[in-house]
Design a protein around this ligand. Sequence first.
Ligand code: BG6
Ligand code: MG
Length: 216
Amino acid sequence: MPPEIHGLIFDLDGVITDTAEYHFLAWKRVADEEGIPFTREDNEALRGLSRRESLNTILKGRPIDEATAQNWMDRKNTYYLEHLEELTPANLLPGVPQLLDDARARGLKLGLGSASKNARLVVSRLGMESLFDVIGDGYCVVNAKPAPDLFLWVAGALRVYPTQAIVFEDAEAGINAARAGGFFTVGLGNAANNQPTIWLPSLEKASLGEILARLS
Ligand code: BG6
Ligand code: MG
């Protein structure tokens, strides 16, 4: 029996738009100012992690006090916000508008589940405020990905069961969160290794009809 799918839940950074580069540039600026080595490769491990967990990962065990940690996170966010000023609807990743239109036409509910405290601002800069029924962001739950809490929060607000929803994710932490919550998963790009239900290189040529058929 094919599963009944009633909702789609999208991660934001790396799925709807490529703000991972902006996160990298902002953390890189702080790391350079503080003389901490941080490469583009290191940045891959930060995908999907909260601001605090990103800092912990960059620090690699270097001890800093709480006031310093807050200062670094605040500075990183200031730099990140500067980059967001460049963001426009042209920064939607290829395939996203078509997929959302198709989902709407099929009567599916649409949710966003992002670890970012800036998710609403990003969605607004992309001109997508009216497209999602529910937006879950970095303020909604205490336990960030890879805990399932955020996706469960979004599913609850959408009134769909996890077993009736697909989570689209580009990050290891996000796939693990969705799997722990009992959702179907579409893993994009580097998320191949985390056993998503379906893996796609990107959403560029994605067909919702094919995705739904592959769940059967
Ligand atoms: C996630 C990004 O969406 O949001 C992470 O993938 C980022 O890289 C996290 O650290 C938190 O974002 P923010 O905007 O709250 O610092
Ligand atoms: Mg992501």
